[in-house]
Write a new protein. Sequence first.
Length: 160
Amino acid sequence: MSVSSITETTQYLTFKLDEEIFALDVAKVREILEYSSVTKVPQTPDFMRGVINLRGSVVPVIDLRLKFGMSATEQSVNTCIIVTEVAMEGETILLGALADSVQEVNEMEAEQIEAAPHIGTRLNTDFIKGMGKKDNAFVMILDIDKVFSSGDLSMIADAA
């Protein structure tokens, strides 16, 4: 989905990873949980921190900071798990994404969002829907369905 497909006012949940602000379409967010113990799963990618029990369902927990090449998320009083719905091969799976903190829900109109930057051909920015602006800062709007490759998602689903 490109920024041209964003034609109406949409609500986004903003959250921080390190000092950067990211956003997800609230329609993809199921709930926000306080960080609790995560059960590690052997032989999974570094960015997969483990799984949690969400009302009887096994939900994989991903460290987005590691996925994006940052340092691992350190647990603090503000650390939380954003439970999102991710499309995978025609079905929807639940995925928990670690965030340093959740900020707020913002409405952004199409004219407030610019296309994701194209940084050469070797760097994939397809997972960025667009760059929003809030208080003179950029907000990277993620397309959570494209953050993970189908191989990543298959490995995550198999582990869960």
